[in-house]
Write a protein that binds this ligand. Structure first.
Ligand code: NAD
Length: 298
């Protein structure tokens, strides 16, 4: 397939390279030339501009930072006006569900099918093509591009209509933030009472408090090998990005009037953590340091 890929940063770069490796003609564009060059080295073509990238694309994929970039590019800068109405647009960025609905409606006015397809799985999932895609939009349109998504990920879910993929994504990350914060608290309490964090983790993992952070992403330094907590909270999923996703969740909750007390508390704790620990660039499991600044030092 001829694919136009816009935004080849931490996530989009490896995703575009996987499509090129699978034999697609991938024309990439990013504001950062070095990122484009890394894709060209892997078999993609440098398009030179967003308009050139989509010029004769059958599928347009974007992986941009936030709502304003997606709305800005497709609507304000008029990219939708130059995309072939027979092409399908798949936006994989994590953005507000409301923005996803607006941009998809603008696309539909021009006869273009657009899906929101945010992902979970982080940069490792992007590199290893094990991402989970949460897709909003028409199910028949999803079936047309499913083979392409399968080459970038391991799970593809149809969440519902326009914006539903984004809603699923913010629900998931709000739950994850609350789980991570509560896990950090439980570990801090146990250690303060004299328990070994690894022993307590093993007990809770197999008990009713068991959860994803305990299983694969333990926040206490040294309990689990290969996770950010055991390398100074470097790499992984940044506090800045988690706060962004929590803001999206709270915006959506305001719009629907849904009480999200745990999500709201998690957002405030992550904001506090960023402020007092200058933690925006650390992995989100570093919330452990807000609860117990000396975690792992004894
Ligand atoms: P990133 O900042 O590394 O990449 C975004 C890229 O978009 C940048 O290279 C930037 O130059 C480019 N860009 C911005 N505006 C552009 C424009 N108008 N034209 C062309 N290129 C443009 O971010 P990322 O980590 O790859 O994240 C991308 C999206 O995926 C975000 O919405 C993020 O929330 C989401 N996400 C990230 C992760 C993760 O672990 N990093 C995990 C899941 C989802």
């Amino acid at each position: 397939m001829r694919v136009g890929f816009i935004g080849v940063g931490n996530m989009g770069g490896p995703m575009a390279r996987n499509l090129a490796a699978a034999g697609h003609e991938v024309a990439v564009h990013d504001l950062v030339p070095e990122l484009v060059a890394a894709c060209v080295a892997a078999g993609a073509a440098a398009a030179g501009s967003a308009r050139a990238a989509v010029a004769d694309a059958e599928v347009v994929v974007s992986m941009l930072p936030a709502s304003k970039h997606v709305h800005g590019l497709y609507v304000e800068e008029g990219l939708l006006d130059v995309i072939d109405p027979d092409a399908t647009v798949v936006d994989c960025s994590t953005i507000a569900p409301a923005t996803a609905r607006t941009v998809a409606a603008e696309a539909a006015e021009r006869g273009i099918d657009m899906l929101d397809a945010p992902v979970s799985g982080g940069t490792a999932g992007a590199a290893n093509a094990t991402l989970t895609f949460m897709v909003g939009g028409d199910g028949a349109v999803l079936e047309r591009v499913r083979p392409l998504l399968d080459q970038m990920g391991a799970n593809v879910f149809h969440a519902g209509g326009r914006g539903a993929g984004q809603t699923a994504k913010v629900c998931n990350n709000m739950l994850l933030a609350a789980q991570m914060t509560a896990t950090a608290e439980a570990l801090a309490l146990g250690v303060a009472e004299g328990l070994d964090p690894a022993t307590l983790s093993a007990i809770m993992q197999r008990s009713s408090g068991g959860n994803w952070p305990l299983n694969v992403y333990n926040p206490w330094p040294g309990v689990m090998e290969g996770v950010p907590a055991s390398r100074g909270y470097e790499g992984g999923f940044l506090v800045d990005l988690m706060i962004k996703d929590l803001e999206l969740a709270l915006d959506a909750a305001s719009a629907s009037g849904t009480p999200v007390a745990m999500g709201s508390l998690a957002r405030n704790l992550y904001r506090l953590h960023r402020r007092v620990n200058d933690a925006g660039g650390l992995d989100f499991s570093s919330i452990q340091l807000l609860v117990e600044p000396g975690a792992g030092q004894n």
